[in-house]
Write a protein that binds this ligand. Structure first.
Ligand code: RB5
Length: 145
C-alpha cells in the first residue's frame, strides 16, 4: 500500500501519479489535499510519514511544488527516510543505498512522464541489505535520538 499526498503545488502531478498507480494495479491511499485547496504541506507530509512509520502503508509519495518542503517536513518524523528525486538513477539508488521509505517529487519541476518513470524505478528497487549500508542507516537512527 502506497500512501500519497500533495499540497496545491503538487496536486496536478498527484492526479497523474494516482492514475498511473491505478493503471499498474498498485494499491494506494490518498491522504489529500483535494482540488482547489491551498494548504500547508507539513500537514500532509506528517499524514503520510505517520502512516508509513505505523506500518499502515509500505511506502509514501509526497508531492509539493518543488518536493523540498515535503522532504524537509517528512524527515522530521523518526523512522522516515524521505528522498527528493528528479531522476531515475537517484530513485533507484535511494532504495538500494538509503532504503528511502518516502519518495518526494516536485510538481512544478518535473514533467508527468519523467515523474511516472521515477515512481516506477522507486517502486521496483529494493534495499541492497549490504552491511555497510545497514551500518550507515543505523548511524542515521542514532541521529534521531
Ligand atoms: C507552495 O507554494 C510551495 O511553497 C510548496 O508547494 C513547496 O514547493 C514547498 O517546498
Amino acid at each position: 500500500m502506497i500512501a500519497i499526498a500533495c499540497d496545491h503545488g503538487g496536486y496536478e502531478l498527484k492526479k497523474q501519479i494516482i492514475e498511473h498507480l491505478a493503471d499498474l494495479g498498485v494499491a494506494y491511499e490518498d491522504f489529500g489535499c483535494g482540488a482547489g485547496e491551498r494548504v500547508d504541506y507539513p500537514i500532509y507530509a506528517e499524514k503520510v510519514a505517520r502512516a508509513v512509520v505505523a506500518g499502515e502503508c509500505d511506502r509514501g509519495i509526497l508531492i509539493c511544488g518543488t518536493g523540498i518542503g515535503m522532504s524537509i517536513a517528512a524527515n522530521k518524523i523518526p523512522g522516515i527516510r524521505a528522498a527528493l528525486c528528479a531522476d531515475c538513477y537517484s530513485a533507484e539508488m535511494t532504495r538500494l543505498h538509503n532504503d528511502a521509505n518516502i519518495l518526494c517529487l516536485g510538481g512544478r519541476t518535473l514533467g508527468g512522464e519523467l515523474a511516472k518513470r521515477i515512481v516506477d524505478t522507486y517502486l521496483a528497487a529494493s534495499f541492497s541489505e549490504a552491511e555497510h549500508h545497514i551500518r550507515r542507516l543505523d548511524m542515521i537512527k542514532e541521529l534521531e535520538k
